[in-house]
Design a protein around this ligand. Structure first.
Ligand code: PDD
Length: 278
């Protein structure tokens, strides 16, 4: 855990951070967040993360207290203060503190919180793959906004762990959307298939990178919704995300995907992804 935090103005120790009990993040989950990957002491794909942050803030009608350029500069300083080489930066911005009442407060200033975590690359699960279960996607209609409201994601993840699996694959009436904290892709007859970037999924930064890498490798990519049945009958399946990178899914609901070991397209994309890290 990092020792230096950024509160939007200063770099301070965790114990110096003062968050009001009236913060709307606490009452309503009224805020935006991003999880950035740091490789070699640098933010990975910062532009894609900041574009999504701005899109979410616009969607929530939450005015960012600083320009994207100023935020990026401060996150870079945060990484330096913490001497972080490999890990993540977590940042959230809430609508601010005001007595609990649903309408936007007149006076409140957005509250920023950012810190680093030292996190190694997930070598073991990328090598062996993970087991997942399917659970109904009970989220709202704007899953493309990266907001602090993550209760359905939390419940799905815990359900997976309680079932002895590592993650939960979400579906709406049998149509696969994404996972508790990652996107999902399948491989069928050599093509990579993944849910389109619409309101039903988070537009993952890693998802975008992997699709780009697949196209550059002349692997066909198809952005369309697929069913749980197609997933179970896929040649390969893998999840993508800032913390999981490209992680194979080798079993779903107790059923092996193909022969139950990571497939060649997944392996290829893992190598291509690793090459982007430098
Ligand atoms: N989660 N889908 C969901 C629901 C997510 O929460 C995430 C990321 C992703 C992958 O997006 P990206 O490739 O930009 O990380 C997809 C972060 C890591 C989290 O909440 O911890």
């Amino acid at each position: 855990m990092s020792s230096v935090y950024w509160d939007g103005r200063r770099f301070v120790g965790k114990e110096e951070i003062r968050i009001s009990p009236d913060d709307r993040g606490y009452y309503f989950g009224d805020g935006v967040y991003e999880v950035f990957r740091v490789y070699g002491g640098r933010l990975y794909e910062p532009k894609a993360h900041f574009d999504r942050l701005v899109r979410t803030a616009d969607g929530l009608r939450l005015k960012l207290p600083l320009s994207v350029e100023a935020i990026e500069e401060n996150l870079t300083r945060l990484i330096a203060h913490n001497r972080l080489s490999e890990g993540t930066v977590y940042m959230q911005i809430t609508r601010g503190a005001a007595p609990r009442s649903h309408p936007f407060p007149q006076e409140a200033e957005p509250v920023v919180l950012a810190y680093c975590n030292e996190v190694p690359r997930p070598a073991a699960s990328m090598e062996a793959g993970i087991k997942a279960i399917t659970v109904p996607d009970i989220r709202w209609l704007r899953c493309d906004y990266k907001t602090l409201n993550l209760l359905p994601n939390v419940l799905a993840k815990q359900e997976a762990l309680d079932a002895g699996a590592q993650d939960a694959i979400l579906h709406r009436d049998g149509t696969v959307t994404e996972c508790s904290a990652s996107n999902i892709m399948i491989v069928k007859d050599g093509a990579v298939v993944t849910h389109p970037a619409d309101n039903w999924i988070l537009h993952g930064v890693t998802r975008g990178v992997v699709l780009r890498l697949a196209r550059a490798s002349e692997i066909e990519t198809i952005e369309r919704a697929f069913t749980v049945e197609e997933l179970l009958n896929a040649d390969e399946a893998f999840i993508t995300g800032t913390t999981v990178e490209v992680t194979p899914v080798v079993a779903v609901d107790g059923q092996a995907i193909d022969n139950g070991s990571p497939g060649p397209v997944t392996r290829r994309l893992q190598r291509e992804f690793a090459a982007t890290i430098g």
